[in-house]
Design a protein around this ligand. Structure first.
Ligand code: ZN
Length: 159
């Protein structure tokens, strides 16, 4: 990363910020966010807590179904940080459909839910444990702490 040549503009954008507790390359994270809601605030909250708990992970493994947000290879765990609206968090107020164009949204979001289920099935078939934390849960420190505990206590695999 450090040796990469930078254009003037990207040098300007490359001001690290510690607002979310991690050093963030703004230009890169803006680009990633465009691709698929990456490095979102809920994800950063989760990553901050898990990292502080000593857990190490890979991000967005495109070799796995659904490109899981976090991958813990030695424990064979994947973690998705799901937006309540886009992934239809059951019973969550944030998952309510907008009043207009309900049919459009219903169809679109149902497709997301079906895709999530297919990805989960494929991951589990390949021996992965699939964890999900919902966006609304990422504001709850106790929930984040129990998630860190769950991952830490998961048996690790030896090669
Ligand atoms: Zn929710």
């Amino acid at each position: 990363m450090k040796s990469r040549k930078m254009t003037k503009q990207s040098a300007i954008d490359r001001q690290p910020t510690t607002r979310s507790g991690e050093c963030v390359d703004r230009a890169r994270s803006a680009h990633m966010a465009l691709i698929r809601g990456r490095d979102t605030k809920p994800e950063m909250r989760v990553r901050k807590v898990l990292h502080a708990a000593g857990l190490r992970y890979r991000l967005y493994d495109r070799g796995l179904p659904g490109s899981p947000d976090l991958v813990f290879p030695s424990r064979r765990i994947v973690l998705f940080v799901h937006g309540c609206f886009w992934h239809r968090h059951p019973g969550c107020p944030n998952a309510r459909l907008p009043k207009s164009r309900q049919e459009f949204w219903g169809t679109k979001l149902s497709a997301n839910v079906e895709r999530d289920a297919r990805n989960r099935a494929a991951l589990e078939a390949a021996g992965w444990s699939v964890l999900v934390i919902w966006e609304c849960e990422t504001r709850d420190p106790r929930r984040l702490a129990s998630l860190a505990e769950e991952i830490r206590d998961h048996p690790t695999m030896r090669k």
